[in-house]
Design a protein around this ligand. Sequence first.
Ligand SMILES: *Cc1c(COP(=O)(O)O)cnc(C)c1O
Length: 357
Amino acid sequence: MSDLIQRLIRPEIRELAAYHVPDSSGLIKLDAMENPYPLPKDLQQALAAKLQSAAVNRYPDPQGQAVKQALRQQLTLPADYDLLLGNGSDELIQMLMLACVQSGASVLAPEPSFVMYKMVAKWCGLAYHGVDLQTDFSLDMSAMRAAIETHQPALIFLAYPNNPTGNCFAAKDLREILEVSDGFVVIDEAYAPFSAKTCESWLQDYPNLLLMRTLSKFGLAGLRLGYLVGPSAILAELDKVRMPYNINVLTQASVALLLEHTDIFLEQAKQICQQREAMLQTLIAMGLKALPSQANFILLQVGEAAPVWLAKLREQGVLVKCLHGGHPLLAGCLRVTVGTPDENAFLIKQLEALAKS
Ligand SMILES: *Cc1c(COP(=O)(O)O)cnc(C)c1O
């Protein structure tokens, strides 16, 4: 067996650690930036009724027309711009990279940022270049300029707001990157529902700008739906590496229905933002180093005890994410997702006890 693995599996894959998802059963789940609110009862019923008649014996609509149409209504797209659907934005990242793999092509992203950029680059056999953020988590523009010039990356990924730091990079820095880059610049707006900022209005200005969004953080993580916005001609090329039926029948039917009720999700996002601000003030008042965030999570710099805090929080029934041991700028960091008011209050109580101990 190990001989087969040694001979056949690429060394860079053997070296990887599989993406680890901890068991969360019975725990308050504040580790993965999910929306904590289940669907309201009447919407659950409407969804059940719709799914009852879904044709699960048939392949889905290969283009996901109903989903695209529902999404398009929420956007003002320039002429000749289109949408590409992915099974989560994770799949879009994979499609982008798969389409760009060739000798000399590389991927660049600031670090720390969303880990999938680096991971998928490795899967695809693409060179990956991480450029460290500054200690305040802003872009280090002289390092970015130098790396772009040296590596001429085919793809640059910029999460806006950034995960796991929670901040939005300066708009003028993003524009400069779009201007100096000869490759695609993917602005990943996974946290757009919680941030007042978006680069949507820049689409016309930059043909190399691709905007990536997802319904995951909005409240539909289980449905797995992400979308890329960009010039139709570019998306038509990317579409060639898309699995023909990547968005399943149940997701297509659900999304088409649920997007008629965006008011519900927008209201939840508003509550989450209010909770985030209240939590931030409380945590700071407790003497903790909690960083401002434009997303639905807060980064806490608790110091070397971070792994111990993670374990103790888990014992008390709360699951958060420990980022310690990853990037040096994340030493001593925990990332906590903003949950319901009750969940947040419970977490704060536990953190208070830890801070005193
Ligand atoms: C969570 C997250 C995603 C992944 O979204 P899916 O659509 O669930 O695959 C993408 N980008 C960033 C920055 C994220 O934090």
